[in-house]
Design a protein around this ligand. Structure first.
Ligand code: GDD
Ligand code: MN
Length: 391
């Protein structure tokens, strides 16, 4: 019987070149946990399919997490009959996403892929995915939400949960989740060079999000497929995977958040508070203006102060690309509008936190300020300082 593959250790990073000397075209990972009843069938079907297209130029790697039903042992027995099959048995790590990455780290292929072991992903779709990559795609995804795609007979609740998770992803990381129709898919191929050398930070089930979020992916191809019902074994999804999914979204959000720019924006905002307070003091004590008028003038001066610093410093690199006076004035006016909207938002939020949630006024105010700072920053970045070169 063959020995199992050594498990790569260290950071989750795919090497630029395959380990060892001989590279091959394609490596497909089959992650398993308690799939002893499926592993033989899936390997058989995949082998038949791939032998007809790229004989001797592919490998299948079962990555099993020491399943109590000894899936790894069954896989090793099957490997006696199928020379393209390699088996990795992990005894210290667990989890779907890390299993896939450990498999890719040991893989020899230029093209890397993943498919579920339970036959819920129809094997024949693999060839369509493969030809998407041949045509030049960096990533080819099997999708339930394009033509010819779907789910077998899912309950309304399950469809709702799946779509809800997608919507949440769209809100938190639109730049990742919004790029594909089925971000939850666990059936896809990716070019090694699109993800090699990137530090991956996987949590939970959704390895595809990690690939899109951290890889260098330009062209994405999608192929429809129908998610089949399971006949052997059972799903490992519990509420824990939903929590991990949320955690993953938040991590991706911060990985993509322009931290340095946001810090500059925060510092500028802080300086504005002093301008606002200082001017208010002068107008009240020395110019003897009424409170409303003083507060309005001091607020506007603080906005002007913040705008100038943001234009020169926070978003300096962007404003230098559009530095006509008229463009600056336009940005200033938009900045005013966004701040005004931010103020309304803040008042709404404060009222909600105080009257509905029942928080302390000062804590509520603090949280509202924090939330609006994020809003102001994000909207200004996306709508105001963004360089739009329309010919
Ligand atoms: N090595 C390893 N370790 N494999 C695992 C683990 C684990 O901790 N957990 C699950 N697997 C394997 C299963 O054995 C199966 O082959 C595959 O991962 C998918 O697990 P299921 O439990 O069957 O998931 P599902 O049916 O809900 O499928 C959903 O998730 C898939 C994976 O992201 C759907 O969203 C699919 O589209 C998606 O492909
Ligand atoms: Mn499944």
């Amino acid at each position: 019987m063959f020995a199992s593959l050594p498990v790569p250790t260290g950071p989750f990073e795919i090497p630029e070149a395959p380990p060892g000397s001989e590279g091959i075209r394609f490596s497909l990972i089959v992650p398993t946990y308690k799939e002893s009843g499926n592993v033989r069938a899936i390997v058989g079907q995949l082998t038949q399919l791939l032998d007809s297209q790229i004989p001797n130029d592919y490998e299948l790697i079962v990555v099993d997490d020491d399943s109590p039903d000894r899936t790894w042992k069954v896989a090793l027995e099957v490997a006696n009959e199928y020379p393209q099959l390699r088996v990795m048995r992990r005894q210290t790590e667990r989890g779907l996403s890390t299993a896939v990455i450990r498999g890719w780290q040991a893989a020899r292929g230029e093209i890397l892929g993943v498919i579920d072991a339970d036959l819920q992903h129809p094997p024949d779709v693999l060839l369509k995915l493969y030809s998407e990559i041949q045509r030049g795609a960096d990533l080819a995804i099997a999708s339930r939400h394009v033509e010819e795609g779907g789910v077998s007979d899912w309950s309304l609740v399950r469809r709702f949960l799946s779509r809800g998770a997608q919507l949440l992803g769209l809100i938190l990381v639109p730049g990742v989740v919004g790029r594909v129709s089925d971000p939850m898919s666990g059936y896809f191929l990716v070019r090694r060079d699109a993800i090699a050398g990137k530090r991956l930070d996987p949590v939970g089930y959704k390895i595809l999000l990690e690939v899109i979020g951290r890889g260098n992916i330009r062209w994405i191809g999608e192929v429809g497929y129908v998610f089949q019902e399971r006949t052997e074994g059972e799903s490992k999804v519990t509420w824990k995977q939903y929590i991990e999914y949320l955690q993953h979204l938040v991590r991706l959000r911060f990985a993509r958040w322009p931290m340095a720019r946001f810090l500059r924006f925060g510092i500028v905002g802080f300086s504005g508070v002093f301008i606002d307070m200082g001017v208010l003091y002068i107008l009240r004590e020395f110019a003897l203006l009424g409170l409303t008028r003083s507060a309005a003038i001091s607020a506007e001066l603080a906005i002007l102060n913040n705008f100038l610093w943001n234009d020169i410093w926070t978003f300096g690199d962007l404003s230098r690309q559009q530095k006509k006076f008229s463009q600056r004035v336009k940005r200033f006016l938009k900045f005013n509008l966004i701040c005004l909207a931010g103020l309304c938002l803040k008042l709404l939020l404060l009222n909600f936190l105080f009257n509905v949630v029942g928080l302390d006024e000062y804590l509520g105010n603090f949280l509202a300020i924090a939330a609006v700072t994020f809003w102001n920053f994000w909207v200004n970045l996306k709508l105001n300082w963004r360089v739009t070169q329309v010919k």
